[in-house]
Design a protein around this ligand. Structure first.
Ligand SMILES: Cc1cc2nc3c(=O)[nH]c(=O)nc-3n(C[C@H](O)[C@H](O)[C@H](O)COP(=O)(O)OP(=O)(O)OC[C@H]3O[C@@H](n4cnc5c(N)ncnc54)[C@H](O)[C@@H]3O)c2cc1C
Length: 381
C-alpha cells in the first residue's frame, strides 16, 4: 500500500446510478484538496425504472429526469458534459469529444461507470420492426404505438444476452390493465417471451411460481426458452426456426459492455469489465468499475450499481488516504415487479450463494417502488 495522496484527481465516467453515487460518496469522504470530476454525455439524470410508467402514460418526461450538473456542482463535484471516446490507462488520460470540452483529461484515479451498450445489430430486423423502452425517446415512441393499438397479439420479451427482465413483466401487467380500462382486454392477446427459464430469470422456483400465478391471473401467456434471433414486420424467429407472430413487438435487445472499455484489455468476451470484490478493475492500477459495465452474472440492476458505487468510493477514498481497501461487494439481486399499481412482487437473492430467494407479494411493494423513486429524487437532485 502506497502512502497518502496529497492532491488526487479523480475522474468518474458516467452519470447514471453508479457514477452519481460514486461521485457523491467520494465527495463526502475526501477533503477539499482532492478534485472530483464527473464526465457524462448528458446533463440529465434519467431514472430508468420509471420508463415503463412513462411508456404507459402514467407520468411525463419531466418526471423521470433531473439536472445532474446542478446536483453535482452543489456537492463539490465538477461536471463535464461530453462523450468519453477513449481511455489510456497507462498514460492515465481520457479522450473526450462532442461536448463543452474536447481533448484529454488526465487522472490519478478513475471510476468507470458508463453502463452497457444495446447490441441491437445482433438481431436482424430489430431496428426496423421492434420497439424497446430503454431510453426516454424509445419509451415515448412505444407509448404512441400502444395508444394507437386496438387489437391483436402483443409480444413483449428479452433477446438472448439481454439482462433486464423487470420492465418486460411490468409492461405486460401495465398493458393488461390498460386494455381492461379501455374495455379491450378480450381483443388483445399478450405474450411474454424469454430466452431463459422463468426460474433463472427470477432467482429460483419460489419466485417463478409467484410470477407465473400473477401472469395467469391476468391471462398473460408466457413462452420461455425462446431466444429470438430475427424479426420481421409481424413475426419473430428463434435460432432453431420457431416463429411467433404479432401485431406489436417490444423487445429488450442484447446487452454488451461499453465500447469505451474495449481497448483496455480488461473485458470478458461480451465486453464487460473484470473487477474483484473491492470493485477494482483486474489488470490496471488506480481504476475501479461499477454498474452495468462490470462482468458479474445475473441481471443488470440499478440497486447493484448503487451498492457497487458505495463500495468502490469507500475503497478508493481509503487508497487515496493511504489505508487498505476493506469494503466488500456482495452480489445480490433485489427487485420489485410492479403489477401496474395494483400489486407487486418483491424478490431478493444472494447470487453468489446457493440459498433460496426471498419472495413477497402484495400492494405494498408496488407502492414501495414508487416511493423509492421519490426518495432517490429527494436525495440526489
Ligand atoms: C426500462 C428500465 C427499467 C428498469 N427497472 C429497474 C428496476 O426496477 N430496478 C433496478 O434495480 N434496475 C432497473 N433497471 C436497471 C437500471 O436502470 C440499470 O441497472 C442502471 O441504470 C445501471 O446504472 P449504471 O450507472 O451502471 O449505468 P447507466 O444508468 O446506463 O449510466 C451510464 C451513464 O453513462 C453515460 N454514458 C455512457 N456512455 C458514455 C460515453 N461514451 N461518454 C459519456 N457518457 C456516457 C450515459 O449517458 C449514462 O448517463 C431498469 C432499466 C431500464 C432501462
Amino acid at each position: 500500500m502506497r502512502g497518502a495522496f496529497e492532491m488526487a484527481k479523480v475522474l468518474v465516467l458516467g452519470g447514471g446510478f453508479g457514477g452519481v453515487v460514486a461521485a457523491e460518496r467520494l465527495a463526502e469522504q475526501l477533503g477539499d484538496e482532492h478534485q472530483i470530476t464527473l464526465v457524462s454525455r448528458s446533463r440529465e439524470f434519467v431514472f430508468y425504472p420509471a420508463l415503463v410508467r412513462l411508456a404507459f402514460g402514467k407520468c411525463q418526461k419531466e418526471d423521470v429526469s433531473f439536472n445532474l450538473r446542478d446536483t453535482m456542482l452543489s456537492r463539490r463535484v465538477n461536471f463535464v458534459e461530453a462523450e468519453v471516446a477513449h481511455i489510456d490507462p497507462f498514460e492515465r488520460k481520457v479522450s473526450i469529444a462532442h461536448g463543452q470540452v474536447e481533448g484529454k483529461l488526465s487522472y490519478d484515479y478513475l471510476i468507470f461507470a458508463l453502463g452497457r451498450r444495446l447490441a441491437t445489430e445482433q438481431i436482424s430486423g430489430f431496428y426496423e420492426h421492434a420497439h424497446h423502452l430503454l431510453n426516454v425517446d424509445k419509451a415515448l415512441k412505444f407509448r404512441k404505438a400502444i395508444e394507437q393499438f386496438e387489437e391483436g397479439r402483443v409480444v413483449l420479451g428479452q433477446c438472448s444476452g439481454a439482462r433486464l427482465p423487470v420492465p418486460v413483466y411490468e409492461s405486460a401487467f401495465a398493458l393488461a390493465r390498460l386494455c381492461e380500462e379501455r374495455g379491450e382486454r378480450d381483443r388483445v392477446r399478450i405474450t411474454v417471451v424469454s430466452p431463459n427459464t422463468l426460474e433463472s430469470e427470477v432467482g429460483g422456483v419460489r419466485g417463478a411460481a409467484a410470477l407465473k400465478r400473477a401472469l395467469d391471473a391476468k391471462h398473460i401467456e408466457l413462452l420461455t426458452n425462446f431466444p429470438i434471433q430475427s424479426v420481421t414486420q409481424n413475426s419473430a424467429t428463434t435460432e432453431t426456426g420457431d416463429t411467433i407472430n404479432f401485431e406489436l413487438l417490444m423487445l429488450v435487445p442484447p446487452f454488451r459492455g461499453s465500447s469505451a472499455a474495449r481497448y483496455m484489455g480488461v473485458t470478458d468476451s461480451e465486453g464487460y469489465i473484470h473487477v474483484n470484490w473491492t470493485m477494482r478493475v483486474v489488470g490496471h492500477e488506480r481504476m475501479y468499475a461499477v454498474g452495468d459495465c462490470v462482468s458479474f452474472t445475473g441481471p443488470k440492476m440499478g440497486h447493484m450499481a448503487v451498492r457497487q458505487a458505495e463500495v468502490a468510493a469507500t475503497n478508493l477514498a481509503a487508497e487515496i488516504t493511504g489505508r487498505e481497501p476493506v469494503s466488500r461487494y456482495v452480489h445480490e439481486m433485489r427487485f420489485v415487479i410492479d403489477e401496474a399499481g395494483r400489486d407487486g412482487l418483491y424478490l431478493q437473492k444472494d447470487i453468489w450463494r446457493d440459498e433460496p430467494a426471498t419472495v413477497r407479494a402484495g400492494r405494498f411493494w408496488s407502492w414501495a417502488k414508487r416511493a423509492q423513486q421519490k426518495y432517490w429524487e429527494a436525495a440526489h437532485s
